[in-house]
Ligand binder design. Structure first.
Ligand SMILES: Nc1nc2c(ncn2[C@@H]2O[C@H](COP(=O)(O)OP(=O)(O)OP(=O)(O)O)[C@@H](O)[C@H]2O)c(=O)[nH]1
Ligand SMILES: [Mg+2]
Length: 204
């Protein structure tokens, strides 16, 4: 069975828990505990294949989120980076997080392909007090090679579901790419044998 690990990151109160709970339960309950971190596990069936999903929803630790993501970067296969469209400081923090995720040293070169990242402008229902433009989000996503959408965990169940499913599919796509780039053991051995015998044939 395929396993996918997603980390939902972002500033305090941006709606990380609301999005995660919305995806897992289709409900918006309004208030969410923020004093402990959670890893939610769910079994899904995606395109007819079983999938084991883990979603990491961190507790409020703005400084940790800004400066030390080491364990998250090693744990996760993909990231959902959330900001609140009515809070400009959360957009600045999202940018810092994207920078950390894309830093070449962030995973000490362990990744064969870039991690899948989805930038989410949450609380779209508050667009009357918007502080971050849609185009700014889109530009930031382009700059850091991410998917992008604006949505509302409070009002949109389907859009939240589509966003998570897209993030999961991107992770699975990366897994396939990684497999393609890494020659399999038998293929490397065939290449080695070919090299040895090829050379010998030439010298005869
Ligand atoms: N209007 C509106 N409010 C939202 C939305 N999503 C979340 N909220 C509210 O924003 C507040 C924070 O949501 P949380 O899901 O707890 O945010 P969080 O990022 O998990 O917060 P921390 O864990 O404290 O960092 C709560 O009062 C939610 O009800 C949304 O789409 N629209
Ligand atoms: Mg939370």
């Amino acid at each position: 069975m395929n396993g996918v690990k997603l980390a939902v990151l972002g500033g305090e109160g941006t709606g990380k828990s609301a999005l995660t709970v919305r995806f897992l339960t289709k409900r918006f309950i309004g208030e969410y505990a923020s004093n402990f971190e959670s890893i939610y596990k769910k079994h899904l069936c995606l395109e007819g294949k079983p999938l084991s999903l883990e979603i990491y929803d961190p507790c409020t630790q703005p400084l940790k989120a800004k400066f030390s993501l080491t364990s998250e970067l090693h744990w996760a296969d993909g990231f959902v980076v959330v900001y609140d469209i009515s809070d400009r400081s959360s957009f600045a923090l999202a940018k810092t997080l994207l920078y950390r995720i894309r830093e070449p040293t962030a995973t000490h070169g362990k990744r064969a392909v870039e991690a899948a990242v989805f930038l989410v402008g949450n609380k779209q229902d508050l667009c009357h007090i918007r502080k971050v433009g849609w185009d700014e989000g889109q530009r930031l996503a382009c700059e850091y090679r991410c998917q992008f959408c604006e949505l509302s965990a409070a009002e949109q169940s389907l859009e939240v579901e589509m966003m998570f499913l897209r993030a999961i599919k991107d992770v699975l796509g990366n897994v396939k790419l990684k497999e393609k780039r890494r020659p399999s053991g038998s293929r490397s051995m065939a290449k080695l044998i070919n090299n040895v015998f090829g050379k010998r044939r030439k010298s005869v």
